[in-house]
Write a protein that binds this ligand. Sequence first.
Ligand SMILES: NC(=O)c1ccc[n+]([C@@H]2O[C@H](COP(=O)([O-])OP(=O)(O)OC[C@H]3O[C@@H](n4cnc5c(N)ncnc54)[C@H](O)[C@@H]3O)[C@@H](O)[C@H]2O)c1
Length: 267
Amino acid sequence: MSGTPSYKALPYAPFDGLLDFRGKTAVVTGGGDGIGLAIARRFAEAGARVVVGDLQAGRTGELAAEGLDVRHVPTDVTVQEQVDGLLDAAMAAHGRIDVFVNNAGIYPLRPVDDVDGAFWDRMFAVNCKAMFFGAQAASRRMKAQGQGGAIVNLSSICGHKPMPNHCAYDASKGAVLAMTRNLALALAPHGIRVNSVSPGLTATPGNLKPELFRQLQDSGVLDHIPLRRQAEPFEIASTVLFLASPMASYVTGTDLLVDGGWFLHGI
Ligand SMILES: NC(=O)c1ccc[n+]([C@@H]2O[C@H](COP(=O)([O-])OP(=O)(O)OC[C@H]3O[C@@H](n4cnc5c(N)ncnc54)[C@H](O)[C@@H]3O)[C@@H](O)[C@H]2O)c1
């Protein structure tokens, strides 16, 4: 070895390109409605070609009708072959995958005594196992491309603090936080960043079901959210876009709570 070692700085990243996803492909699971639909919209607005994997097309057609580059591939994320099919469809249509968002999730609630094995297994199949195998399948393709990538997993405020009747859900979302940190470590050598977003109470079809909404109102939960309102899905989507973008080029293995300050307060 000869010569003096010298520090090599990354070239400066001008502001203009930091949220520019033109030429990039984003795959979003559970993008047929709710937070996933808002994520699909945000990435498409930022110039990405977006492929949504969901059981149902849901409202993705509305985005396409607006001229946004969003297509739906019927996918059950709990079936690995279907997730492979989703990613293959994205590769066939666009030739690359730059962003993978593990958003599909379920949140049925049961008191501890009513949780049985089937309930627990279903919760973990969708909210945890499918996220791992989705990230595995997406990162294999990103590694082959050799240009890095970004994976964002949807956890929840429930991964950080307990909610009544949420035992199985809380556990599945806590697992997402741990898995995110592990994947970040494993994929960093390939330039693939892995982060999670933990929404608080967000106004989506799943959460606005009348019986659940009534429970939320009766429990006085909104009084405990410092910003005194639910999140809109686009507010969660903006955070996902940030984490996947060059704005967050040095961010990996972390979780962003987007909860209106709810974590700071009691239930
Ligand atoms: N809404 C909230 O308040 C809130 C809070 C914290 C975290 N989250 C998390 O955010 C994510 C999205 O939640 P949401 O409220 O938008 O949900 P939602 O129920 O409104 O929509 C979920 C979407 O996922 C799809 N989906 C469900 N199971 C699927 C499967 N097996 N395969 C493919 N697609 C499937 C549904 O068809 C639907 O389009 C979830 O991971 C959820 O746990 C939501």
